[in-house]
Design a protein around this ligand. Structure first.
Ligand code: DUT
Ligand code: MG
Length: 147
């Protein structure tokens, strides 16, 4: 795979995000917190990472939940996958929500999410009067499940 260079400023005490295994798709992101943060059931918080990035043109970063946190603690990401635009220069932040019935605590340095770097395209919208015909047509939302 060709190297994709992402410029990054790290204002946290945490290590830089990195791939945990050879073929990992995502890098874990850590919470940049002074003290522990407790989320009540259904509470949402914006968790800073202390990271600022310059993505190459044509690439985005996606912020996704970690399955272990979601399964064991009900900690998830309501806007998943979060989108980091190539032209964003602000701090990467993670919106966390507690979907469990109990308070859940995030400690400074905890791995709260994973980040996937992915290519995107920008499309040009072409207004028309008619769309081409297909077998599916307007059927959707379980249409093919009908017998
Ligand atoms: O989980 C996220 C999602 C977004 N962002 C940052 C990077 C992204 O480029 C910017 C805008 O995100 P988005 O387009 O999803 O938010 P919006 O509500 O549409 O805000 P804006 O009007 O600023 O685009 O916020 C994060 O740090 N974390
Ligand atoms: Mg936006």
């Amino acid at each position: 795979m060709a190297d994709i260079i992402v410029k990054i400023i790290n204002k946290s005490d945490n290590e830089l995000p990195s791939y945990a295994t050879d073929q990992a798709a995502g890098m874990d992101l850590r919470a940049h917190l002074e003290t522990a943060l407790t989320l009540q059931p259904l509470e949402r918080v914006l968790v800073p990472t202390g990271l600022f990035m310059e993505l190459p043109v044509g690439y985005e970063a996606q912020i996704r939940p970690r399955s272990g946190l979601a399964f064991k603690q009900g900690l998830s990401i309501p806007n998943s996958p979060g989108t980091i635009d190539a032209d964003y220069r602000g701090e990467i932040k993670v919106i966390m929500i507690n979907l469990s019935n109990e308070p859940q605590t995030i400690q400074p340095g905890d791995r709260i999410a994973q980040m996937i770097i992915a290519p995107y395209v920008q499309a040009v919208m072409q207004p028309v009067e008619v769309l081409n015909e297909t077998v599916r047509g307007e059927g959707g939302f379980g249409h093919t499940g009908k017998s």
